[in-house]
Design a protein around this ligand. Structure first.
Ligand code: S3P
Length: 412
């Protein structure tokens, strides 16, 4: 994909639905009693993987534009499930299958097959789950077993690990308490509570008891992780307005970074939709200054780090980002691929063991960016090229379909 530079990007953007919320709305309704409609859903490849898996398990999942109609399966059937590129699909399904006594085999593409799965399997085994990984990775096999609730402390602040444990706990005897080191995104807790689950969140702890679910319609807000590319363009080159964006505090860490970087932005029309905070986000071109932050901020902005690092490359001064080693086990090693992307644009970014040191330059030259088939590297690179002096090309550009199928059209 060839991207030409422009000096002004001003406009209003309708960003696709939130990926995390769409996965959960499909998966949870597919095992609930009754029927539900999901509107504003993201129909990117990752969420389509979840839809296909839930169909294979016996639920009815029909898509029509951005609307998904779901009729839950009373009992799931054993199945072999292809999770594609989607970590959320595989990890949440491990917990769901364990909690519902179903035998599943989970596989994925080359990237997903290289990502760690013991971080989910090991804590699930504490509840009694029967799970086998291959050297800690996919394929993963989950066999029926009786689960008993207990207290589980997770090592990483990961919503995928937490959600898998909560889903298993819905089928375990007694109470399960999931405790994480820092609060990760809480969409699972919010949605399951609205569906009748016996679940109570208290800081970094979630208390869960055996419960059934009632189907519930979900209106999915726009994904702040996708809006982030257009917010960044506003900060660099004009003024952008992204409507109807989910601003759940466990997801909106990029706004804290914007404050620290001196980005002018405002939240308009703040409201709550289906239990999730939503707002329109306006961002204006601003003289960016360097920012430094660490581990505490990570869970609320982990997926936005490639584009945040890119903004730092355009800022005045040296930015230091630490405590981000989770980036090494995303769709690509995002510490390496983000640093490479910024260097390809002519920026100055050093990868460290757990983050980046970025020496900002007011202008970047442009060049050719390798996405490494990672959607967030492709989109961050495209923003960088659009704001660069000469532009350039994105290699393996089509991977944006994972989370944002119309990304290049919207950028155009
Ligand atoms: C997600 C959780 C995060 C995030 C991923 C989506 C989710 O992963 O990076 O894109 O929907 O639960 P971790 O749980 O590995 O932190």
């Amino acid at each position: 994909m060839k991207i030409l530079p422009r000096t002004n990007f001003t406009g209003e953007f309708s960003i696709p639905g939130d990926k995390s919320i769409t996965h959960r709305a499909i998966m949870f309704n597919a095992v609930a009693e009754g029927e539900a409609d999901i509107t504003g859903a993201l129909l990117g490849e990752d969420c389509l993987s979840t839809a296909a898996c839930m169909r294979a398990l016996g639920a009815t999942v029909e898509t029509d534009g951005e609307r998904i109609h779901i009729c839950g399966a009373e009992k799931l059937r054993d199945a072999s499930l292809d999770c594609g590129n989607s970590g959320t699909t595989m990890r949440l399904l491990m917990g769901l299958a364990a909690g519902r006594g179903v035998h599943v085999r989970l596989t994925g593409d080359a990237s997903l097959s290289s990502r760690p799965m013991e971080r989910v399997a090991a804590p699930l085994r504490l509840l009694g789950a029967d799970i086998a990984t291959e050297g800690g990775r996919a394929p993963v096999e989950v066999r029926p077993a009786r689960l008993q609730g207990c207290r589980v402390e997770t090592k990483v602040a990961s919503a995928q690990v937490k959600s898998a444990l909560i889903l298993a706990a819905l089928g375990a005897e007694g109470e399960t308490v999931v405790c994480e080191p820092l609060l990760s995104r809480d969409h699972t807790e919010r949605m399951l509570a609205a569906m009748g689950a016996r679940i109570r969140a208290d800081g970094c702890e979630v208390h869960v008891r055996k419960s059934g679910l009632r189907a519930a319609d979900v209106r999915v807000p726009a994904d702040i992780s996708s809006a982030a590319y257009f917010m960044a363009l506003g900060a660099l080159r004009g003024e952008t307005l992204c409507r109807n964006v989910g601003v759940n505090p466990t997801r909106a860490g990029i706004l804290r970074v914007f404050e620290a970087m001196n980005v002018q932005f405002s939240l308009e029309n703040e409201r709550t939709v289906c239990g999730e905070p939503v707002a329109d986000i306006r961002v204006k071109k601003s003289p960016l200054r360097a920012v430094s932050f660490g581990r505490e901020w990570m869970p609320s902005l982990i997926d936005e780090l490639p584009v945040i690092a890119l903004l730092c490359a355009f800022a005045e001064g040296e930015s230091v980002i630490t405590g981000a080693e989770e980036l090494r086990v995303k769709e690509s090693d995002r510490i390496a691929t983000t640093a490479e992307m910024i260097a390809a644009l002519g920026g100055d970014c050093t990868a460290t063991a757990d983050g980046f040191v970025i020496r900002g330059k007011r202008a970047l030259e442009g060049g050719n960016v390798r996405s490494h088939k990672d959607h967030r590297i492709a989109m961050s690179g495209a923003v960088g090229l659009a704001a660069s002096a000469r532009g350039g090309e994105i290699e393996d550009a089509e991977c944006v379909n994972i989370s944002f199928p119309r990304f290049y059209d919207l950028l155009g």
